[in-house]
Design a protein around this ligand. Structure first.
Ligand code: NAD
Length: 268
């Protein structure tokens, strides 16, 4: 028996990056996965978009790790599409135990210079998309009567004020508040809700080629971006370590918590 034997986890933004890593790590510990990804270019980002081939590679990696996976193309901004993937996944895999609200987009700019498109896309995906993820899953967790655990991926930008990320940070602070409200509402059902707050992670988002140009134009603002420990970025697997712990019974009395996986960045 491993920590997730027989359990089912729903993950958004599963085609690559942290979402894929969480899926494969959970499968290696016995879980089956329901996952979705938009697999489409966001309008306002400057890094490579995920593709349907990426999603297929995640499904293959989960199966290689010994898990089953229902992986579908869907956008977290579309509440009905999110619900349809969750419903299909539960019909196929039989249950739901864990939720990882991970999908997000990230772009840069000083708050007063952001375009309305940047603001709207960031809020719609990173904040409303998380709400859609929760409303599609929490009723099932309650109805099953077996408890459950939910992790929302926030950011270091959800623990401190980072320049050039006012819109993104607003959503990442917001989901932290959302998690704490929900934790209070579902605690009586033994459902736990926590957030993780990574520093820069080696993923396509974290390796955004557009960031260099923005930082070059605002060099005096880069002082806010340092880590305390001697690394510039962490790996997706470092975040998975924290996420799987929070999802697991090892964290059975941990809820309403905001867990930094940030090499100390929030305290610099
Ligand atoms: N990479 C970093 O430096 C970093 C740091 C802190 C927090 N985070 C957070 O970690 C999480 C995972 O990011 P990542 O680093 O793996 O980035 P990533 O871009 O590699 O992966 C994000 C995935 O989400 C998907 N996605 C985007 N918009 C979507 C939508 N509307 N509907 C469905 N799927 C959508 C993308 O297609 C992509 O596959 C995000 O919440 C991000 O904000 C990232």
């Amino acid at each position: 028996m491993t920590r997730f034997t027989g359990r089912v986890a729903f993950i958004t933004g599963v085609a690559r990056g942290q979402g894929r890593e969480h899926a494969v790590r959970l499968a290696a510990e016995g879980a089956s996965i329901i996952g979705l990804d938009s697999c489409a270019p966001p309008a306002t980002t400057t890094y490579e978009p995920a593709t349907e081939a990426d999603l297929a590679a995640t499904v293959a990696a989960v199966e290689e790790a010994g898990g089953q996976m229902v992986g579908r193309v869907a956008d977290v901004r579309d509440a009905a599409a999110v619900q349809a993937v969750v419903d299909e996944g539960i019909a196929t895999l039989g249950r739901l135990d864990h939720v990882i609200a991970n999908a997000a987009v990230c772009s840069y700019g000083r708050l007063w210079e952001l375009t309305p498109e940047q603001w709207t896309e960031t809020v719609d995906v990173n904040l409303t998309g998380v709400w859609h993820t929760l409303r599609a899953t929490v009723p099932t967790l309650i109805e099953q009567g077996r408890g459950g655990s939910i992790v929302i991926t926030s950011s270091g930008a959800g623990l401190k004020g980072l320049p050039l990320l006012g819109h993104y940070g607003a959503t990442k602070w917001a989901v932290t508040g959302m998690a704490r409200s929900l934790a209070n509402e579902v605690g009586e059902h033994s459902i736990r809700v926590n957030t993780v707050h990574p520093t820069a992670v080696r993923t396509p988002m974290g390796d955004d080629p557009g960031l260099r140009a923005v930082l070059g134009a605002h060099a005096h603002l880069t002082r806010s971006f340092g880590n305390m420990l001697p690394t510039g970025k962490i790996d997706a697997s470092d975040v998975s370590d924290a996420v799987l712990w929070l999802l697991s019974d090892e964290a059975r009395w941990v809820t309403g918590a905001a867990i930094p996986v940030d090499a100390g960045a929030s305290q610099v």
